[in-house]
Design a protein around this ligand. Structure first.
Ligand SMILES: NC(=O)c1ccc[n+]([C@@H]2O[C@H](COP(=O)([O-])OP(=O)(O)OC[C@H]3O[C@@H](n4cnc5c(N)ncnc54)[C@H](OP(=O)(O)O)[C@@H]3O)[C@@H](O)[C@H]2O)c1
Length: 257
């Protein structure tokens, strides 16, 4: 697909929280027109205020309008909130890009009706904003390659959907390395990477994305409520090793599925 084709598409982001707002801002910056960008949220005044500050108020729409009008639908609600949205009744003409950890393609297909689905798990919203995000995606498609490249993602196209669970944990690493040191915990990373060797290279890249100031705020921006980063950080706070904390993250990913 070329630029012109992409920019003709109407894009809807369901779930304008941390990740959704970062994506909306980046898409606007990349010249997706305001008419071609819709975002939805769940009525929080705090979120409305953020959308106002980011000049995204005119892009607010409800989910049914997004489902009716958009060619590309981005899902960035939490996995727990997704099932509450109900059936989308789409067909394969709509490309669905899910940023949610845990929810499988099979489940996404059942609820949205589209089998044109890509899952992507990026590092946190700050890394999307400054185009340093590392992400795991499955399956590979030309149009999403184009979009992820436009957004500046460093994408790992994983071999199968199951490997995305490691990317769900990898997505948390900039926050994790803001809290614990990589070099002194490299053996834990190697142990965790036994079944997904790319994890070591990704961890070294993620270490460069850790915060050196405003650390608490940075870690918080990665912490979706009830999500994988929260499970890993809580485990570290309980005094567990990095390996055990990463395993707790994998377990949380399974629970969300
Ligand atoms: N944060 C990360 O670092 C990270 C990294 C990789 C993947 N992810 C994935 O990205 C997803 C979003 O994470 P997040 O941290 O951005 O979560 P978040 O900040 O909690 O955002 C979720 C958003 O969804 C909105 N929402 C809830 N129910 C909705 C509904 N029925 N219709 C429309 N919008 C609805 C919420 O609205 P209100 O604001 O009104 O409540 C909120 O704005 C999660 O699935 C997570 O697994 C996150």
């Amino acid at each position: 697909m070329n630029n012109d084709d992409f920019f003709k598409n109407k894009i809807g982001i369901i779930g304008a929280g941390n990740i959704g707002q970062a994506l909306a801002l980046k898409l606007k910056e990349k010249k997706v027109t305001s008419d071609n960008l819709l975002v939805s949220y769940n009525g929080s005044i705090f979120t409305f205020s953020n959308l106002y500050d980011k000049d995204l108020v005119d892009n607010i729409a409800d989910n049914s309008r997004i489902v009716d009008e958009c060619d590309i639908i981005i899902l960035s609600v939490t996995p727990q909130q997704f099932s509450q949205i109900g059936q989308f009744n789409l067909n394969d003409d709509t490309l669905v890009i899910s940023f949610m950890a845990g929810i499988t393609i099979d489940e996404l297909q059942k609820q949205t009706g589209s089998s044109n689905i890509i899952r992507i798990i990026p590092t946190g919203p700050d890394t999307i904003c400054d185009e340093t995000a590392i992400a795991g995606a499955y399956p590979q498609q030309d149009i999403t390659d184009y979009i992820f490249d436009l957004l500046g993602f460093d994408v790992y196209n994983v071999k199968n959907e199951d490997e995305l669970k490691y990317m769900s944990v990898a997505g948390c690493l900039p926050a994790v390395f803001t809290k614990v040191d990589l070099d002194t915990n490299l053996d834990d990373i190697k142990k965790f990477a036994v079944d997904f060797p790319d994890f070591i290279e990704i961890a070294k890249k993620a270490d460069k994305l850790k915060a050196t100031e405003n650390k608490d705020e940075f870690i918080k921006s990665f912490m979706t409520k009830g999500g994988i980063t929260e499970a890993i950080i809580n485990s570290l706070d309980d005094g567990d090793s990095l390996y055990d904390a990463l395993v707790a993250g994998l377990k949380r990913n399974d629970e969300l599925s």
